[in-house]
Design a protein around this ligand. Structure first.
Ligand code: PLP
Ligand code: COI
Length: 349
């Protein structure tokens, strides 16, 4: 298979249509088999649930070319499960795990020419999504649904790759208590567009959101969870019912506990605390990273707050050593350079 003629190392995080996408329909209480199609456009009722009442949720994962030339994905079973959790909360039909994984295998294999080669720094971003396509006019769940999965080759999510970022402590809220912050609902991202615009307009890479109830605890950004490193080399990550349970963050916690905790001289022993993080604690942390599929782990150097600037000890010049090590091990596992824990890697072809 011949790869597409793309300058892989110069890719940014942008949409580029590829050859095939998977589409399945849900009607009369059942999913059809689904199939690959070439058409990148969706056609639906003007009164579709997604268009009127934002009844949609999505996922994000990546395919990688390993050092041995295989194409693999990372923990897709967890994305399938999270999409089911999102569907439940939005009264949409669950996509069975079997269909999710079959769609994944088919769509990645069919677009193998678009999977960035090993060593280019680029990856294939995979976007599964589910939406109400049947008509509604009273506020109600749609009578019909579509599940789709497309892929697009991408480079780093943040401009500048792994240069430390400057964040703004947002004056807006992302998710309400007992709301939808813990699922990957499209509406959460619509909510974050205006605060994101405000932050970017002022030169910030992203917002740091606080919990809406008390505005004292650190939640997450618009598209990634936080991970902090204390001065005595512990990892702290916010625990909250209103943040998305990031698969990358959960994987990095495992890496910190099981891969870095190996009495190898230059590797620190890492302990991890998952607990509420008061924003007044920020000034005491050594390092701060944003973790997510798109962000991988991206370093944060500074956060501007109404009470002044908080600078992490790792600074604005380069990624701190713990975040760098975590990134190296995680991407090493994804690229087949480091042995993965059982069940983390799904080989596609
Ligand atoms: N938090 C939000 C709001 C996100 O959109 C994402 C991206 O998926 C994450 C966290 C990171 O989650 P994951 O590591 O599963 O990609
Ligand atoms: C991802 O990391 O997959 C996401 O969905 C985040 C999004 C903001 C691009």
């Amino acid at each position: 298979m011949e790869k597409k003629n793309i300058d892989w190392s110069s890719l940014s995080f942008a949409y580029m249509p590829t050859d095939y996408r998977f589409v399945a329909h849900y009607k009369d209480g059942a999913w059809d088999e689904g199939k690959l199609v070439k058409d990148a456009c969706c056609t639906m009722s003007e009164s579709a649930g997604v268009l009127q009442y934002a009844q949609t949720c999505f996922e994000g994962l990546k395919a990688y070319t390993t050092k041995d030339g295989d194409i693999v994905t990372f923990r897709p079973d967890l994305n399938a499960k999270r999409l089911q959790d999102s569907a439940d909360r939005l009264l949409m039909p669950q996509v069975p795990t079997e269909m999710f994984l079959r769609a994944l295998d088919e769509v990645v294999k069919a677009n193998a020419a678009w999977v960035p080669p090993y060593g280019t720094g680029a990856t294939l971003y995979i976007r599964p999504f589910l939406f109400g396509c049947g008509p509604v006019i009273g506020v109600a769940p749609a009578p019909e649904y579509e599940f789709r999965m497309f892929v697009t080759p991408v480079g780093p999510y943040f401009k500048g790759g792994i240069k430390p970022l400057r964040l703004l402590l947002s004056q807006y809220d992302r998710a309400a208590p007992h709301g939808t912050g813990h699922i990957k609902a499209g509406l959460n991202y619509a909510m974050s567009l205006y605060p994101g615009y405000v932050a970017k307009h002022q030169g910030y890479a992203e917002n740091m959101y606080l919990d809406a109830a008390t505005r004292t605890h650190v939640e997450e950004t618009g598209g990634a969870n936080f991970l902090f490193v204390t001065k005595d080399n512990k990892i702290v990550t916010p625990k909250s019912d209103t943040i998305l349970p990031s698969i990358t963050r959960r994987s990095l916690v495992y890496v910190a506990e099981h891969y870095l905790n190996m009495e190898v001289e230059e590797r620190p022993n890492m302990e991890v605390e998952e607990r509420p993080v008061n924003y007044t604690e920020l000034k005491d942390f050594q390092e701060c990273g944003l973790c997510g599929t798109a962000a991988v782990i991206s370093p944060v150097g500074e956060v501007d707050t109404p009470d002044g600037r908080i600078s992490f000890a790792s600074g604005m010049e380069e990624m701190g050593p713990v975040c760098a090590k975590l990134r190296e091990v995680l991407t090493g596992i994804q690229m087949g350079e480091i042995e993965a824990p059982e069940g983390w890697i799904r080989k596609i072809c």
